[in-house]
Design a protein around this ligand. Structure first.
Ligand code: ATP
Ligand code: MG
Length: 254
């Protein structure tokens, strides 16, 4: 199952969710995280530095390289297709290519069978990289920060998902919305949760991830949250999603 983690709003917890979920999924079988963001935060957050001779997502989307040669095994056991800022150049290079929406899907094809779970960390934009992720994915997880203006931009994201469903990937589903950085005792968090439930009646709203400095610390340590902080309340929301992902039937494509 390929899961795109997307929201064009920046800093909502996409990368943190990929690291946390990936760390749990790898306990169930080989799992791959794809850093599709030129910021390379997932790569750094998993403790990987892209060396000059290391193939990255830039090479994967711009050349016919063998994707297997780009996979790096990180210390938590999660495999990674790393990225750095050169991916920004790659994004421009593929803009004029025919069929450019399907490049990532094609490139992942040879390793799909090796990895029962693939998570794609999207950049904070609705550009060609995010569309490539949505075209390759079976389902999309939408982290939403429990903050003012949290729902602003959600309509644009849902529209993009719908147009991808219509034109590029009819099998694409929405796994659900994940409220992040929740402070349950605040009016703001309660407001965001109520608005999400009201606006997205047919969408699963997962158990909110609490706000905790432990997430930033675990990113710095290059470790998923369940290894860094053994606090059940921080890990539980991600465990619930991992359970849904592992319980889902095998990919329905082709
Ligand atoms: P971008 O759009 O820039 O890629 P993002 O959506 O991937 O950002 P993250 O990088 O995961 O967001 O998170 C943004 C910041 O918030 C990071 O410093 C991260 O450590 C922190 N953070 C993530 N989740 C939580 C949480 N539950 N509680 C507190 N801080 C968090
Ligand atoms: Mg990110």
């Amino acid at each position: 199952m390929i899961v795109a983690i997307a929201n064009q709003k920046g800093g909502v917890g996409k990368t943190t969710s990929v690291i946390s979920l990936g760390g749990l999924l790898v306990q169930q079988g080989a799992s791959l995280a794809v850093d599709l963001d030129p910021q390379g935060n997932l790569t750094t957050g998993l403790g990987v530095e892209v060396a000059d001779d290391q193939l990255s997502c830039y090479d994967i989307i711009t050349e016919q390289v063998d994707v297997c040669d780009a996979v790096v095994l990180t210390k938590s056991g999660l495999s990674l297709l790393p990225s750095d800022i050169t991916l920004a150049k790659g994004e421009t290079e593929i803009l004029t290519k025919v069929g450019n929406f399907y490049i990532l899907k094609e490139r992942l094809e040879p390793i799909i069978d090796q990895f029962p779970h693939i998570l794609i960390d999207c950049p904070p934009s609705l550009g060609i990289l995010t569309v490539n992720a949505l075209a390759a994915a079976d389902t999309v997880l939408i982290p939403v920060q429990c903050q003012f203006f949290a729902l602003k931009g959600l309509a644009a994201l849902l529209e993009t998902i719908q147009s991808v469903q219509r034109r590029l990937n009819p099998n694409l589903q929405i796994l659900g919305v994940l409220p992040t950085m929740a402070e349950m005792n605040t009016i703001m968090t309660q407001d965001v949760l109520a608005s999400l439930k009201k606006r997205l009646k047919d969408t699963v709203i997962f158990e909110p991830v609490p706000k905790s400095i432990k997430f930033s610390e675990s990113n710095l340590a290059g470790e998923p949250i369940h290894l860094y902080a053994k606090e059940a309340k921080l890990v539980q929301p991600y465990q619930a999603i991992a359970k849904v992902i592992t319980a889902s039937p095998h990919r329905s494509q082709e």
